[in-house]
Design a protein around this ligand. Structure first.
Ligand code: ADP
Ligand code: MG
Length: 597
């Protein structure tokens, strides 16, 4: 073993770089955060080869003097911890590591002109070798060029992904930073298509610009406060969901984070409205007094630790739930958009998943009947005419005009004994009566359980359900717990259950189907679980069997009653599985569909 020695600073910097600088996106994060800390109002970024060959960050911040650029490239040199107090971090940076780390693994060129200085200076750091400052030409601000990232650490270079995925990671990082700072203007130029956002935008404008107007249209504002911690932002409607959680943008004190505690809260808030494999889209900004949050737990500061994580959790959960409840019956406009896309004779524009950034719907198609379908269309039209003549369509003349008080409009007709078609002030609403009613029953059951307990109604004739010995025994074992949910059952012997009372909300629903499904569910839950812990699932099952089936004819009053209840019920825009309960088509969209616009 050789003697103990202090490691040379270039090596120390490379070790630090190993933690902080993982890929081009991490360089971008460090440099842009420095520009933000320097009070820049315009930041421009360009990259070549996914940032492997070149990264340039240009800002109009307060800049640095000659002495400052020399210091800035030294390890642990920072202007951001004036009181040496790690518990009071007011800037994004504070570790004084980024510039020396980047300089140790790449060719770094830093040019800067400090506020009130007459000269601009440039310094070079190549693989850790510093060339002394020399004068250069620059307007106030700082320009940093990073070339040949990891050329000095070839092992690291091998770990980089393809140019394409590095570019995607840079884009994602910049979007997060731009969302966190709507007051700052950003311009991004990769080799392909870039984007730019102006300074002084509102949060809503910025989110719309970055996440697309679709998000802005399908999100509700979130607000909450507790003990000095404040949350704000926008949460996507449950029907506007995604297959992964990558579009959950979370920020703590202006820093983009991917924090497990926060992601968990998001999951909890939406679990009632989304299937397990679907994820909401949202952007939440948490502002916490610096002394109540530790940002020094992760070298890249992607995770944070809250002094009182329980308080943060419950504040956030409450705010999200309130926001979603306030969204009431809204289903997302993309539902209607997707419906329209399907109706379009020819698809126009890219499919929904490919749309990004500044998306504008494009409905510019002109209708051309497809020859092969003309005959079929004719037959359909004839059938429709004769149906109307024979009065076999339940329809209602326009006796009343829908008012603005009824966002879901007035029921006009029921089609296929399943869909209610209503007219509202500026369009057509199509409701899936089963999905909608299921949601109403579910929400009312939850409300009853929370308030006075479930009201039950005795069955005039108790219903016998044959299940087989095992399944019957499983239900009888939990007779007491099941009774709390408004279902009074008894053992009838030889594998048969007798049902005496059902929840009043169940109406004349399908008792047989309900009991069978409950028996299946109990088997799946196993012994240990309390039914109360699975309340949501069980209410869902009860609601499903107790709601109007597709296929039942409803009269005019019944249909309107359903619409009015939907308007009054929180979360009624989607069924328990996150599917929409209604689709709204705006007149303007329908006019486009027919080429009237
Ligand atoms: P940290 O941000 O943790 O302080 P860095 O190594 O990233 O460490 O930066 C070192 C110092 O260089 C900063 O504290 C700041 O004073 C200065 N600096 C870095 N980038 C800029 C910039 N774009 N404009 C003005 N000053 C900067
Ligand atoms: Mg920094």
């Amino acid at each position: 073993m050789s003697a103990i020695r202090i490691l040379p600073s270039t090596l120390v910097n490379r070790i630090a770089a190993g933690e902080v600088i993982e890929r081009p996106a991490s360089v971008i994060k460090e440099l842009v955060e420095n520009s933000i800390d320097a009070g820049a109002t315009e930041i421009n970024i360009s990259i070549k080869s996914g940032g492997k060959r070149e990264i340039i960050v240009d800002d109009n911040g307060k800049g640095m003097s000659r002495q400052e650029i020399e210091l800035a490239t030294q390890r642990h040199a920072t202007s951001k911890l004036p009181d040496d107090d790690l518990l009071d971090v007011k800037w994004l940076g504070f570790r004084g590591e980024a510039l020396p780390s980047i300089g140790s693994v790449s060719r770094l060129s830093l040019s800067s002109k400090g506020a009130g200085q007459s000269e601009a200076w440039n310094i070079l750091v190549e693989g850790g070798e510093i060339t002394p400052p020399r004068p250069t030409a620059l307007e106030q601000g700082t320009r940093i060029e990073v070339k040949d990232l990891f050329y000095a650490t070839p092992a690291r270079l091998k770990f980089l992904k393809t140019e394409r995925s590095e570019t995607a990671a840079v884009n994602d990082m910049l979007k997060r930073l731009a969302m966190a700072h709507p007051e700052i203007g950003f311009g991004y130029k990769p080799e392909g298509r870039g984007w730019a956002v102006p300074k002084n935008q509102s949060i809503k404008e910025r989110l719309g610009a970055i996440l697309g107007i679709e998000f802005a249209e399908n999100a509700v504002p979130v607000e909450g406060e507790r003990d000095g911690a404040v949350v704000s932002g926008y949460a996507g409607l449950p029907t506007y969901n995604r297959g992964n959680s990558l579009q959950q943008y979370l920020f703590v004190n202006g820093r983009p984070v991917r924090d497990r505690l926060l992601l968990g809260v998001v999951r909890a808030a939406y679990q009632d409205f989304l299937a397990r494999d679907r994820h909401p889209v949202l952007a939440l900004f948490l502002e916490v007094p610096p002394e109540l949050v530790d940002v020094n737990v992760h070298p890249a500061k992607a995770e944070v630790r809250f002094r009182d994580s329980q308080a943060i959790r419950s504040m956030l959960l409450r705010a999200l739930r309130e926001a979603l409840a306030a969204s009431g019956h809204q289903a997302s406009t993309t539902v209607a958009f997707e419906a329209l896309q399907k109706m379009q004779p020819e698809p126009t524009g890219p499919p929904a998943q490919q749309r990004m950034g500044f998306y504008q719907p494009n409905h510019g198609s002109t209708y051309r009947p497809l020859p092969s379908q003309t005959h079929h269309n004719l037959a359909v039209a004839q059938a429709a005419v004769s149906a109307i003549e024979n009065h076999s369509v339940t329809s209602f003349a326009a006796q009343e005009m829908p008012s603005a008080d009824y966002p879901l409009g007035l029921a006009r007709v029921q089609l296929h004994e399943t869909y209610i078609v209503a007219q509202n002030q500026d369009g057509i609403v199509i409701v899936d009566q089963h999905a909608a009613h299921e949601r109403l029953v579910y929400e009312r059951m939850k409300q009853q359980i929370a308030q006075e307990g479930i009201k039950t109604q005795p069955l005039l004739i108790p219903e016998l359900v044959e299940l087989g010995e095992d399944a019957a025994a499983r239900l009888i074992e939990r007779q007491q717990e099941i009774a709390e949910l408004g279902l009074i059952i008894d053992d009838f012997g030889s594998g048969t259950i007798v049902v005496r009372e059902v929840p009043a909300l169940f109406g004349d629903g399908d008792v047989q189907g309900l009991i069978r499904d409950m028996a299946d569910e109990l088997e799946a839950f196993g012994q240990a679980l309390k039914l109360r812990d699975k309340l949501e699932e069980i209410c869902g099952t009860i609601a499903c069997h107790g709601s109007v089936r597709a296929g039942r004819r409803l009269n005019h009053d019944e249909m309107n009653a359903l619409l009015r209840q939907m308007e009054a019920t929180p979360y009624s825009g989607q069924c328990n599985h996150g599917r929409p309960t209604y689709v709204e088509l705006k007149l303007s969209d329908i006019e486009r569909l027919f080429g009237r616009r």
